[in-house]
Write a protein that binds this ligand. Sequence first.
Ligand code: 6PG
Length: 510
Amino acid sequence: MTQNKILCDIGFIGLGVMGKNLVLNLADNGYNIAAFDLSNEKVQAVISQDEVENTTNTPRVYGCSSCTELLSQLKAPHLIVLSVPAGAPVDQICENLIDAGILPDDIIIDTGNSLWIDTVAREKKYQSNFLLFSSAVSGGEVGARFGPSLMPSGSPYAWDRVKPIWEAIAAKVDTTTGKPIERTQPGQVITDGEPCATYIGPAGAGHYVKMVHNGIEYADMQIICEAYHVLKSGLNLNCDEIADIFAEWNNGPLDSYLMEISVEVLRHKSSDTNTPLVDLILDKAGQKGTGLWTAMSSLEVGCPAPTIAQAVYARSISSFKELRTQASSLFGSPQQVIVSKEEKQQVVEQLHDAMYCAKICAYAQGFQLMKLAAKEHGWTLNFASIAKIWRAGCIIRAAFLQSIAQAYERNEDLENLLLDDFFVKELNSRQQNWRKAICYATMQGVPIGALSSSLAYYDSIRSETLPANLLQGQRDYFGAHTFERIDKASGKKYHVEWSTNERKTILVDS
Ligand code: 6PG
């Protein structure tokens, strides 16, 4: 097809895996795209792909060799989508677009995994040059192509212009079942269902929510990996046996995309050795930083998110392969717990419940973190809507997000998911199995930081009394940090004169 010059609806910069697939998704939904990437090969790749997939008689994607050319190919006011790595590349492109003549009424949408605070600063920095809007995207390559989950935020005026486009390309959920509507073919467009795109709030809010999505993603993945480890090293099951168990669990409350892909990875045989590929993959986890940001933010906001933090630690400790190899020769394994065939089945069932309970805790932590962050930053987040846009398209899509959405619909002020009736019942009925699974794994010497830190989180939340009384005593002893008393009026501060013989308790004037 020849590329006659027409004015395009959208400019797109950054044609990596996510960018290329978002372009094709936009094209399927009827938008013409002016596409630019620093690599001309990538520009050509998206044009060629569009030529293969395009069933209309006119090209849908127009290649550009610079930001200036891209602007000249766009309808005004210009709408430009960025899919470039977070950090300096985003600023570099913004500066290039300013040089190319972008106008104050033009919109740039940052779809990368930018640090939310950078987005806040950028919106301000560029306010006289253009409107910076952000929309985190989740769903990986396939999601970007056939319907991602989108977390837009920034100026409501910009959202009015972006909304129809975003709702068109987003994943869709069946309003009756709450389940994703399948879209798998190029050219296929889904016009019914609830789009997984909702306005999150002012600048930064969307990237914050996506950051927490990724923190939960880390926790969810780690929980699955720990269950795999227990089944493999505790019960000595092989990859196919573990895949069978996971596949069965994927029909129940653990039904999720991450379980589904774990089954596929476990079943996959390497093409060169014809043995399970997973056994050949080096056990050193990579990370790009969004899980770490979530854990850091949870510490800053003062919202416990131990399962998420553990998942980050688990990736870090996995990267110390040489240290672990050395230590493995120094420390003996615990005495193996031998279980009968019937007991094996029980361990499997206990592990299922442990995973489900740990998963509930990880999501509870993520949602409470968003709640406290929203309070701190003055955002009004709608948690039912956030749970709903995570039901399809994104990496953590899972059947039980419907239950989370319902919990927040029952009570939009819910302090923590664990307090919702549905989750109270789920946890109460499964906690015994959870504990047994933890005991079994611990006795086998299988590290289960995410499963067990979730249990400690749950036990802390459900404990009316914690040992912080002794801790306050310690702080008062060495630092005169004072404490409150349960037998006196709340808010009154006391101190013991520890260094005197009398060690009198005194009321401290505030
Ligand atoms: C998504 C993913 C995506 C990416 C993360 C994870 O929602 O589509 O979360 O954003 O896969 O960056 O990366 P790491 O595991 O490398 O941190």
